[in-house]
Design a protein around this ligand. Structure first.
Ligand code: DGP
Length: 125
């Protein structure tokens, strides 16, 4: 089975400039912007510009240039936001995928959260 990408998702619209965003960083292959509903003092979403639905899709099909750009963009956002281990007290990265992962927007995004102690990773269901 192959991955299916819906180009009407909200982050695709952000990438096409149809919906505004608060940009933190833009690189050749990646865009980072503030989450509309922040759950921590730092809550930034980092997305690839390519049409990838999830992290596994990206990891399997993106080019090496896209993967390097995206990975480095994440580190740069952490540094710029003052949550990296060189500029702050740490962060958490989350990438939800699919129904069990409770992914709302079907375009790969990594949440970068920090600026407060985040507690344990998962609440017991
Ligand atoms: P997820 O459940 O991982 O798919 O989280 C989607 C996140 O996207 C959620 O934290 C809220 C955020 N979000 C939804 N719509 C918008 C939007 O239009 N702009 C921005 N900046 N964030 C959005």
């Amino acid at each position: 089975m192959s991955y299916t990408y819906d180009d009407q998702n909200i982050f695709a619209k952000i990438l096409r400039g149809e919906i505004p965003n608060t940009t933190v960083l833009e690189t050749e292959h990646s865009l980072a912007f503030r989450d509309l509903y922040p759950q921590a003092p730092t809550h930034v979403l980092v997305i690839p510009k390519g049409a990838y639905v999830s992290y596994d899709h990206f990891a399997e099909e993106a080019s090496a240039a896209e993967i390097v750009d995206y990975t480095r963009a994440i580190a740069e956002v952490c540094r710029l936001e003052g949550v990296s281990l060189t500029t702050g007290d740490g962060f958490r990265m989350i990438s939800n995928a699919g129904a069990d992962g409770v992914q709302e927007v079907p375009h790969l995004h990594i949440h970068i959260l920090g600026g407060r102690h985040l507690g344990r990773m998962l609440a017991k269901a």
